[in-house]
Design a protein around this ligand. Structure first.
Ligand code: NAP
Length: 341
């Protein structure tokens, strides 16, 4: 009793001396307790979770599919390349925990694969109807599909910078049309795809799951500008704000957004504007796909809203740009090896 009184009085003294510190600590503890309370696995055990990953034929989406399969969830993967998708389906089937075989008689329905375009309504309606028929609903939607764009906008239009001037000095009609075509492809892959899926899957999740969740794989480029990436950054920013707004319109669905910096892999192969890759050694550096995939799973389980990866790098870049825009513009030019003159 004496020691309890002593502890309480020392907390009181500390609180009086460092009120800000104690308030911060109390807020962190409250946040942690709130998250524990929210832990989704309590209401929805992994073996019952029905997960749809859009954009799972390669990269981060493929790693996410592996993680869910290894944890014993039911998994449906979507992408346009059928051969790649079938390989990922086999990899997922091989990763299921042995015990999962005894969970139900519908073993063959634990991994589903559909080749299709996530920006096409008919393809995604077919996915929804199949899920309804095979699983009776959906709990977790992961929107990972996306396309890159790598060139300065005026280069796409056919203008090269030589010194301080453009060659040719003005753009022609074909140049404008080429730019619009590249922008349309970026919008299709990074904005319309997420939009089509939101319209189709929000009502489906809401009516068929007791813990509906949507995770959008966004990008640091959606919140911090980058040279040679204007089409990519602007199209990714649109889908992030779309989903952030939808989260307010649909509070019964848990929305999460992962905002990673560069991730290892072949994302640049999907560039909708062609062109030369400027970064040195672009495919080997960056975050590991499996690390990003595990973090996505944690976010959904814990009901976390937005996560930057790496945390400090992302937060500093995000806030730093608004505090000191010129400094961060210079840093972005260095990162992308871009010289305006
Ligand atoms: N790599 C990075 O540095 C990085 C950094 C931050 C954020 N991200 C984001 O992470 C996500 C995944 O990128 P990643 O690095 O894993 O690249 P990736 O290996 O190229 O994966 C992209 C996936 O999206 C699918 N996809 C693209 N367009 C599609 C469409 N219209 N319909 C259906 N599926 C489509 C691709 O499959 P098919 O080609 O078979 O259709 C592929 O499975 C993207 O949204 C990207 O913006 C990437």
């Amino acid at each position: 009793m004496d020691s309890l009184t002593a502890a309480l009085s020392s907390v009181r003294v500390t609180a009086a001396r460092y009120p800000l510190l104690v308030t911060l600590a109390a807020l962190l503890v409250a946040r942690r307790l709130w998250r524990l309370k929210l832990r989704r696995l309590r209401t929805l055990p992994r073996a019952h979770e029905r997960v749809l990953v859009l954009g799972a034929s390669s990269g981060i989406g493929r790693a996410i599919a592996h993680e869910y399969a290894a944890a014993g969830a039911r998994i449906c993967i979507v992408g346009r390349r059928e051969n790649e998708l079938n390989l990922v389906a086999d990899e997922c089937a091989n990763r299921f925990p042995k015990i999962a075989a005894t969970w139900s008689s519908d073993r063959q329905d634990r991994v589903l694969a559909f080749s299709g375009d996530f920006s096409k309504a008919e393809d995604m309606l077919a996915v929804r109807d199949n899920l309804e028929q095979k699983w009776g609903g959906l709990d977790t939607l992961i929107v990972c599909a996306g396309v890159s764009a790598l060139r300065p906008l005026l280069e796409v239009a056919g203008l090269e910078r030589v010194g301080g001037a453009f060659v040719p000095p003005q753009v022609d009609v074909q140049g404008v049309q080429r730019t619009v075509a590249a922008a349309s492809a970026a919008i299709q892959g990074n904005y319309l795809g997420p939009l089509v899926c939101a319209v189709i899957f929000i009502p489906f999740l809401s009516t068929t799951s007791r813990a509906p969740s949507i995770l959008l794989v966004s990008s640091l480029a959606a919140v911090v500008p980058a040279p040679t990436r204007s089409l990519y950054t602007s199209s990714k920013a649109s889908s992030l704000l779309l989903y952030q707004s939808l989260a307010i319109e649909h509070p019964s669905v848990a929305f999460s957004y992962i905002i990673p910096g560069t991730v290892e892999g072949d994302f640049r192969a999907s560039a909708v504007d062609g062109g030369r890759v400027r970064e040195a050694d672009p495919n080997k550096h960056g975050l590991k796909r499996t690390v990003v995939a595990k973090r996505c799973m944690d976010m959904i389980d814990n009901g976390e809203k937005a996560v930057f990866m790496p945390v400090w790098y992302g937060r500093v870049a995000h806030f730093g740009y608004w505090l000191a825009p010129s400094l961060f513009e210079w840093l972005a030019s260095r990162k992308y090896d871009f010289k305006a003159h």
